[in-house]
Design a protein around this ligand. Structure first.
Ligand code: 5GP
Length: 112
């Protein structure tokens, strides 16, 4: 079980900005931008490499929810970035897939 399962189960606190039957979004504890929200499925999937066709609706749902959160956070028009870090080279530190929603400033490219 990861720390994100504990957040889903409300066993540890988080600042939740969105929740529905399938997913949960909360503020990153170490924000890398003025807006830094993590959108996670309630289903525990370790990495994006582990998704299956059965997860198609869930992943599509997350991509519908993310812009709604961006809009709610006031960054939709100016712009934002969505990131799934996967495994070591991308710096994934929590083995429960999470979509970073980053915005509120101009973001550099390419990533460091
Ligand atoms: P990763 O590096 O795996 O893509 O992203 C994991 C993110 O989870 C990091 O940005 C980190 O700051 C965040 N994080 C780790 N533990 C916690 C926690 O307990 N609460 C919250 N809100 N964010 C966390």
């Amino acid at each position: 079980m990861t720390i994100f399962t504990k957040i889903i189960n409300k066993e540890i606190p988080a600042t939740i900005v969105y929740e529905d039957e399938h997913c949960l979004a909360f503020r990153d504890i170490h924000p890398q931008a003025p807006v830094h929200v993590l959108l996670i499925p309630k289903k525990a999937i370790p990495t994006l490499n582990d998704v299956s066709p059965a997860d198609q609706l869930l992943l599509g749902h997350m991509l519908l929810v993310a812009p709604r959160i961006a809009s709610q956070e006031g960054i939709a028009a100016d712009g934002y970035r969505l990131v799934f870090n996967t495994n070591r080279d991308a710096g994934q530190t929590v083995a429960h897939i999470h979509l970073h929603i980053l915005g509120g400033r101009a973001l550099g490219w390419p990533p460091g």
